[in-house]
Design a protein around this ligand. Structure first.
Ligand code: F6P
Length: 532
């Protein structure tokens, strides 16, 4: 399967995308899910390649695995867990069974409790010692931070609740800066941690408790917790009525649809949050129902597999022409790289091809004035994924939005078409001649034939954001199944955690660095000399 894919990539490597792009292709190599459009016509995938890629979905049993996931089977085999973030947005779907029991009553009950609490905070019915809550501080890291932080920013135009802050880093600079801007008497602290053991989060939570304790008599009353461990949240002194629980079948990086989304719900309100869930649910329904050649997450995954495992492009850039999506690349870095950055197949054998790609990006148009140089003229091809809305939220500045859209479309066009030597020469023929003209012209050549996809939507509403995030979640799922790995564990983060715990007393000077390697010992000595 992989050899055939690579052979196909070699076969078409020199073919110009532009050469195959007629109006039929524009229609045939685009897909709609609700109001959202994915255009993959500006890739070198032709009908035969698409058939081959779709064949890979069949060979690797993606449909059966997808149905097993939605049905609550333990597809996270290395942890023996179901993978059911879809149940968190199954607002009007049927029962979802795990170990013989329907999980939906519990899911919907928790969602209702979250809604009631969020509305109480927003209305002022829930108060701090100093009155109505003005600030919410979400303390969490990884999946307990990136999702709500990304979404709160993405949905800033809908944010009408208290200010929301997100503290993740154990670097004291992070929490100190946030707490400086808040009044403890009117702040709600949300401790978000699936396991309630993560050292960064527990350390920051204790710092926040101490900060609040200087001014507030009942600190626990202004803390809420989001976790799978009721025991550990109780040990932190957080009363059960402000603990919002979930089960271990929700992966950390897939958890923003439930309790981990509480800060977002407080920011945009219960109705906005439900619209966000409904957008994701609509994508779930599409993913389950659409034929492969019309299935947006499957096609996005196949484009990814074509570019990475087929053509050998090691990274992909996510480029939102939507400033409010500025944290989407960071969010997707966890979603995609923690899920599919693995070298071992589900059965323990080495992966026969490279794992998922490096994902990176920044909003356009900022990136254009920074790293797009490499994207256009660097020696490696970087497949690009553009996201763009038809409308922004600043009606009075719509002309700026039109300029933004024009830039987005221009970039995918430029990547595809490039500029040949003749055209480059003609651009500078009035300034140079002879050998100097040749030299100057060569610097202005764009090889082009660089692939991109564009995801377009009417406006970044809560519903659309839900669609986008679920689209990427299912894309990760499909890529993971085709690669034959487990997208739902994350053993690769463990070693560093263990070594950090062992190094803490060394850094503090309570233990010698003698058993460390020479480089580490020398760095400890240097940092200690300078006051660590
Ligand atoms: O260390 C990685 C990780 O386990 C992520 O998978 C997770 O999202 C993050 O840490 C935070 O974990 P928790 O929500 O349990 O604090």
């Amino acid at each position: 399967m992989w050899n055939a894919l690579k052979a196909k990539a070699v076969e078409v490597a020199d073919r110009r995308i532009e050469g195959i792009l007629d109006t039929n292709r524009a229609a045939d190599f685009a897909v709609q899910a609700g109001d959202m459009r994915l255009d993959y016509a500006k890739t070198n995938i032709d009908a035969a390649t698409r058939d081959m890629l779709i064949g890979m979905l069949e060979t690797t049993g993606v449909a059966a695995k997808r149905d097993a996931m939605f049905a609550g089977a333990a597809i996270n085999e290395t942890e023996g867990r179901a993978v059911l973030h879809t149940a968190l947005r199954n607002l009007d779907g049927g029962p979802v069974m795990v170990d013989g029991a329907d999980v939906m009553p519990e899911v919907l009950g928790t969602l209702q409790r979250m809604g009631a609490f969020a509305e109480d905070v927003r209305s002022g019915k829930f108060k701090g010692q100093g009155g109505k809550i003005t600030d919410v501080v979400n303390i969490g890291i990884g999946g307990s931070d990136l999702g709500p932080a990304m979404a709160a920013l993405a949905l800033a135009p809908y944010h009408d609740g208290p200010r929301c802050h997100f503290v993740s880093n154990v670097d004291p600079a992070d929490i100190a800066q946030v707490l400086r801007s808040c009044d403890p008497a009117t702040t709600l602290v949300i401790v978000a941690s699936k396991t309630f053991t993560t050292i960064e989060t527990m350390t920051n939570a204790r710092t926040a408790q101490a900060w609040m304790g200087e001014k507030v008599s009942d600190v626990g009353a202004q803390f809420a917790a989001l976790s799978t461990s009721a025991e550990k949240t109780a040990a932190m002194g957080i009363a059960p009525e402000r603990v919002f629980g979930f089960e271990d079948w929700v992966g950390g990086r897939y958890s923003m649809w439930g309790p981990i989304g509480l800060s977002l719900m407080i920011a945009i309100g219960e109705a906005g949050f439900l619209a966000f869930l409904r957008g994701a649910q609509a994508m779930d329904v599409h993913f389950q129902a659409a034929e492969w050649h019309e299935n947006m997450p499957a096609l996005l995954a196949l484009v990814g597999i074509w570019h990475n495992q087929g053509c050998g492009h090691p990274t992909r850039a996510v480029l939102p022409y939507d400033n409010n999506l500025s944290r989407l690349p960071a969010y997707l870095q966890q979603l995609e790289m923690e899920s599919n950055g693995k070298g071992v197949s589900m059965d323990g054998a080495d992966l026969p091809v490279h794992s998922g790609p490096v994902v990176w990006g920044e909003p356009g148009t900022n990136g254009q004035h920074a790293f797009y140089q490499l994207i256009h003229q660097g020696t490696r091809v970087v497949p690009c994924e553009f996201l763009v809305a038809a409308r922004g939220h600043e009606d009075a500045l719509h002309h700026q939005h039109q300029l933004l859209v024009a830039n987005c479309l221009a970039q995918s066009e430029a990547l595809m078409k490039g500029r040949d030597l003749d055209e480059a020469r003609s651009k500078v023929a009035d300034k140079f001649e002879g050998a100097e003209l040749e030299r100057q012209a060569k610097h202005r050549v764009f090889k082009g034939n660089r692939p991109s996809v564009t995801i377009a939507y009417p406006q970044l509403t809560p519903f659309v954001l839900g669609q986008i995030v679920a689209l990427y979640e299912h894309r990760v799922f499909v890529e993971g199944v085709v690669l034959g790995l487990n997208s739902y564990d994350q053993w690769g983060v463990e070693l560093g955690k263990e070594l950090a715990t062992a190094l803490q007393p060394v850094v503090e000077g309570a233990k010698s660095a003698a058993d460390k390697d020479g480089s580490t010992a020398a760095l400890v000595a240097f940092l200690q000399k300078h006051g660590v």
